[in-house]
Design a protein around this ligand. Structure first.
Ligand SMILES: *Cc1c(COP(=O)(O)O)cnc(C)c1O
Length: 218
């Protein structure tokens, strides 16, 4: 990755935001650094990038404490499926958790937050394309899961989705935006390398961009 890649993506976000009557500051660019070694992450940090996304607690725990010594103002986002038995570690390490998708995880996270005295912002992940193999809460189960999360004291700030891989994403982004509106949630975590500009025009507040920043993953 080069500083110019980062600035090109930044400009694309600005352009897409303006098209939709929004501003660059309405959108957080999360650099998805899963599988990337610290040497690949450091140039982004040096260029001023501060929001990063990781898929796995173990990998993040191995990489980020050292990087954070040098850059304490980093915001770390968990964007990959979380097992309940890793809730303590996730709460200790991450600032934002995008993958709350079932009652058992709500319970585990609430307990972990209580213990740690630390409350990372949470997004509820929706299985927006109703795909069997994918994580995420079914649309019909969203109201109950949100109620449980709020009862348990999780700070839920928005919804997150990963649309089906081989279909146009815009209708799924629009559906996620509608669900968030209905539930009074401001945050929308949607859009990746291939479709982040589309997501921004539809209201994304957080885009998760990996390969467009770092190049293809090994
Ligand atoms: C890997 C990943 C991304 C980034 O994907 P790219 O296509 O490399 O931008 C975004 N969101 C989630 C949940 C991911 O797992």
């Amino acid at each position: 990755m080069t500083a110019s890649t980062l600035s090109a993506i930044d400009s694309s976000i600005t352009r897409a935001a303006r098209l939709a009557g929004r501003q660059r500051g309405d959108v957080t660019l999360i650099a998805v650094s899963k599988t990337q070694p610290p040497e690949a992450i450091e140039p982004l940090l040096a260029a001023g990038q501060r929001d990063f996304g990781e898929n796995r607690v173990q990998e993040a725990a191995a990489k980020w404490p050292a990087l954070r010594e040098a850059y304490p103002d980093v915001t770390l986002h968990l964007i990959g499926q979380l097992q309940s038995n890793k809730a303590d570690e996730a709460v200790a390490l991450f600032d934002v958790i995008h993958v709350v998708d079932r009652p058992s995880l709500v319970t585990a996270l609430a307990r972990a937050m209580e213990k740690a005295g630390r409350r990372p912002d949470c997004f509820v992940q929706i299985n927006i394309g109703d795909e069997e193999q994918k994580g995420g809460c079914a649309i019909a189960e969203l109201p109950a899961l949100l109620a449980a999360a709020r009862d348990a004291g999780l700070p839920v700030v928005g919804l997150m989705c990963l649309p089906p891989a081989d279909l146009a994403p815009a209708p799924y982004f629009a559906l996620l935006a509608k669900l968030a509106r209905e539930q009074g949630l401001a945050g929308l975590s949607m859009g990746m390398s291939a479709d982040y500009e589309t997501a921004v025009t539809i209201g994304a507040t957080h885009v998760r961009v990996g390969s467009a920043l770092f190049g293809p993953r090994a």
